[in-house]
Structure formats: structure tokens, C-alpha cells
Design a protein. Structure first.
Length: 69
């Protein structure tokens, strides 16, 4: 027979508390999850045409046939 609704048992409360702590710890260790690392550099926009980015040489790439790409 089921017991009347008297609220969660002490074991259920402890389990819920442990899960809450684990979730909180996981969130803290992965913060900020909404700001992932950008591993690629976006292409310059038209408004950035005057900006020289590091690593740019000012030369156009040349194909193996010797023509500019």
C-alpha cells in the first residue's frame, strides 16, 4: 500500500541535493558555456578593408600554374 503524500523521504532529499551540487559544479567548471573558443578567424568584412590583420602579407595567393587566384 502506498503511504499518504507526506513529502520526499530523507533519502530522496539527499539524492536531490547531491544532484543539485553535481549540476552546479559542472556548470561552474564549464563556464562560460555560451562563449565557445573561436578556432578560425572570420574573413574581413568590407568595412575592415583598411585593417591589416596579423599574418597578412599583402600578396595574393598564386595557383600552381603561376596565375593569381
Amino acid at each position: 500500500m502506498t503511504r499518504p503524500h507526506a513529502g520526499p523521504s530523507p533519502e530522496e532529499l539527499k539524492e536531490k541535493h547531491d544532484l543539485e551540487e553535481a549540476l552546479e559544479e559542472g556548470l561552474e567548471e564549464t563556464f562560460p558555456g555560451s562563449d565557445p573558443v573561436n578556432v578560425t578567424q572570420p574573413a574581413p568584412s568590407r568595412g575592415d578593408s583598411h585593417v591589416k590583420r596579423s599574418g597578412e602579407t599583402g600578396f595574393r595567393p598564386v595557383s600552381p600554374s603561376g596565375r593569381e587566384t
